[in-house]
Design a binder for this molecule. Structure first.
Ligand code: SF4
Length: 206
């Protein structure tokens, strides 16, 4: 396998694993997750606070990450975090594409867009607003619903993405029992939205 010319050879990696995508448009599909360290967003309900400090996580060679993915039959790689766009991801996505893999990202959109993506899932956060360039490029808008006021916040962001962007409402995990009935009612009244559940948490896979 030939490599592209790599400028960023390593990235801080908190964990990487082959599993099933549990959320959003690609829910239910096999996917190789790479969770990068580093986040400056600071969501109060964050369930991966260990990811915040990039220095706590080992630098892993991009080529090594590609080899881990290629050791599985997986075709989709999901780059998540943390906030993965804190890093320049041009070289990572070039290497993954060169290996014939699909590149998906899950981001808050609050840092500059880098990388070449087959799918951008934008999950905006109240603690650091998404940039217009990421809103415009998103294939999927996934809004986490923590309380009732989040519906109007979701609509505010839906007005900023492209007309072809898929729209998802997802209950925050600890409030799911309370929020799912409200989300179901909201979707029935506003059918441009769809429900996203964190399937992986229900079936106990990473
Ligand atoms: S953007 Fe993601 S990783 Fe960062 S604080 Fe929010 S939920 Fe946690």
């Amino acid at each position: 396998m030939t490599d592209t010319s790599i400028h960023i050879a390593t990235l801080p990696v908190m964990e990487h694993f082959y599993t099933i995508q549990g959320e959003g448009y690609h829910q239910g599909k096999a996917a190789y997750f790479i969770r990068l360290g580093g986040c400056d967003v600071g969501c109060v309900w964050c369930d991966v606070k260990d990811s915040w400090d990039a220095d706590k996580h080992p630098q892993v060679e991009i080529k090594q990450l590609r080899d881990h993915v290629k050791a599985t039959p997986g075709e989709i790689v999901v780059i998540t975090g943390g906030e993965p766009l804190l890093h320049n991801l041009d070289d990572l996505t070039a290497v993954l594409h060169e290996a014939g893999l699909k590149t998906n990202i899950e981001t808050s959109g609050s840092s500059a867009l880098s990388g070449s993506w087959d799918w951008i899932c934008l999950s905006p956060k109240k603690f650091k607003a998404p940039l217009p360039e990421v809103l415009a490029a998103a294939h999927e808008l996934k809004v986490v619903v923590f309380n009732k006021s989040d519906f109007s916040w979701a609509e505010k962001h839906a007005a900023l993405v492209s007309p072809s962007c898929k729209l998802y409402l997802q209950p925050e995990w600890s409030k799911a029992a309370e929020m799912v009935p409200l989300i179901v009612d909201y979707i029935k009244d506003h059918p441009k939205w769809e429900l996203s559940l964190q399937l992986h948490k229900y079936i106990h896979v990473p």
